[in-house]
Design a protein around this ligand. Structure first.
Ligand SMILES: *Cc1c(COP(=O)(O)O)cnc(C)c1O
Length: 467
């Protein structure tokens, strides 16, 4: 019979080959193009194949993986300023390697009490960074979308009867699509969703929120959930929480902060002032794979009262009768839809312990400064119209149309030209019918030199277009 277990020597050789591959990948990141999907279709097609009956040597496999990795958006590189960057800390990859290799089960604490405690502690750290009391709790998820879904279901169970279709949900027009998807998955329809208008800085308007909630209540509906954006994906807009809290409380609605992008900025010195009131929300979505630079697949949902999370995921199973919940750590399966899952706690815990929180604070502080400097410099450009001063680390702008020209087409062409240099990679969005170019600074690998290059490229291309 063929063995699936390498002996110690062979295991070292395999790990060594993978380590060489990883070091080469990470070491070359600053020199890699910011994106390169030319010929990606052929590489992709080469992976359409039947499963092999016989094995392949690791070196041959890694040689095939190389081009599959490089023909892509270089999301972990310093030039990636598109969408919401993250990073992919090497220390988190090490943690995952260890977690997968030891393959312990953390879904029930009794199966690995210390590892479950380690993960629960990592969640506690994140809760404390948001200003939550020690009684708060939460769960690591695969990302912000699942965190928002879990929050929505938790709010529904906490605030509505089993027959919940009179419930109404309030969110600004700038809210992330995942919240709408979550509402649908949770059994609501578009009839249950209220889009609250935004102000000139794209923040939810509390006066409109109050009016909409009061109107729905008068019609016999049950306003039960308000979503507050702590940094929208489009522009990083921060909804006015102190006023929203008052309104949500008055209507006994659950207040959920979607801080997937913005949350971790609270940890920079003075960061409480950036996101005032977040600690008063009933739940908070965080994305450590954004603001903590961890690899994709790392989200978090925090709740002020962990009993609500438990209530939403309650149930008994006879096949789990041997593993009773203890005092040391929660049973994660009792707080989420998942039973078996990866040991994500190590991916959060190890980098924090290895680097210390101060390193993360420094990095996040730098990103805010870089965005502000880029904004100041681009404000000088006559062809550009800046949307707003950055509320966090996103700079958004449009092009001023000249001589009756099409500003949207101009902005799209500007974006194409800047990206064509392949040193930085920017993305766009549409706001109020206008084509908006965005710079989002968030990777731990992005520093002043690369943001400076982005600004210079935008300037040069804008001037060339202005002709
Ligand atoms: C990224 C993001 C999400 C979705 O998170 P994923 O991790 O991509 O699932 C939700 N809300 C906001 C504000 C985001 O920026």
């Amino acid at each position: 019979m063929r063995s699936l277990e390498p002996d110690a020597g062979e295991l070292r050789r395999l790990i060594g080959a993978c380590a060489d591959f990883v070091v080469e990948q990470i070491d070359s990141l600053p020199r890699q193009p910011s994106w390169d999907v030319e010929g990606a279709a052929e590489v992709a097609a080469s992976f359409r194949e039947p499963a092999p009956e016989d094995g392949t040597d690791i070196s041959k496999i890694l040689r095939r993986l190389g081009p599959a990795v490089s023909k892509s958006f270089t999301t972990s590189g310093p030039g990636y300023l598109a969408f919401i960057p993250g990073g992919g800390l090497p220390s988190a990859a090490m943690a995952d390697f260890i977690a997968c290799a030891v393959n312990r089960f953390v879904g029930v604490a009794a199966a690995a009490p210390a590892l479950a405690r380690l993960e629960a502690t990592a969640v506690d750290w994140l809760a404390s960074l948001m200003g939550y009391p020690v009684t708060a709790g939460g769960i690591l998820t695969s990302g912000g979308s699942i965190s928002n879904l879990t929050a929505l279901v938790t709010a529904r169970v906490a605030r509505l009867p089993d027959d919940f279709l009179a419930g109404t949900i309030y969110m600004s027009e700038q809210t992330h699509l995942s919240v709408v998807k979550a509402a649908r998955i949770a059994g609501f329809s578009d009839r249950n969703i209220r889009w609250v208008p935004v102000d000139g800085r794209l923040r939810l308007r509390p006066d409109r929120l109050e009016a909409m909630m009061a109107e729905d209540r008068d019609r016999g509906l049950r306003p039960f959930l308000v979503i507050a954006n702590m940094g929208t994906t489009n522009t990083g807009a921060i909804d006015p929480l102190p006023e929203v809290i008052e309104i949500a409380r008055r209507h006994q609605a659950w207040l959920h902060a979607d801080a997937a992008y913005g949350g971790f900025f609270r940890m920079v010195p003075g960061g409480e002032r950036l996101l005032p009131g977040i600690e008063a929300c009933d739940s908070i979505t965080l994305d450590p794979h954004k603001g903590l630079f961890l690899p994709y697949g790392t989200g978090c949902l925090l709740v002020r009262d962990p009993a609500t999370l438990k209530q939403a995921h309650r149930g008994e199973a006879t096949y789990l009768q041997d593993v009773k919940e203890g005092e040391l750590a929660p049973d994660f399966h009792a707080l989420s839809p998942e039973l078996s899952r990866d040991f994500r706690g190590l991916r959060v815990w190890l980098p924090i312990v290895l680097h210390g929180l101060a390193a993360f604070r420094d990095q996040l502080r730098e990103k805010l400064d870089l965005a502000r400097r880029a904004w100041e410099e681009l404000c000088e450009e006559p062809l550009l119209e800046m949307l707003d001063e950055p509320q966090l680390s996103i700079v958004a702008f449009t092009c001023v149309s000249r001589k009756g020209g099409d500003g949207n087409a101009l902005a799209a062409e500007l974006l194409r030209r800047v990206n064509a240099r392949r040193r930085v990679f920017l993305s766009s969005t549409t706001i109020g019918g206008r084509f908006v170019v965005r710079i989002c600074v968030l990777s731990f690998r992005t520093h002043a030199d690369r943001v400076g290059e982005a600004v210079e490229a935008i300037r040069q291309e804008a001037r060339a277009l202005a002709g």
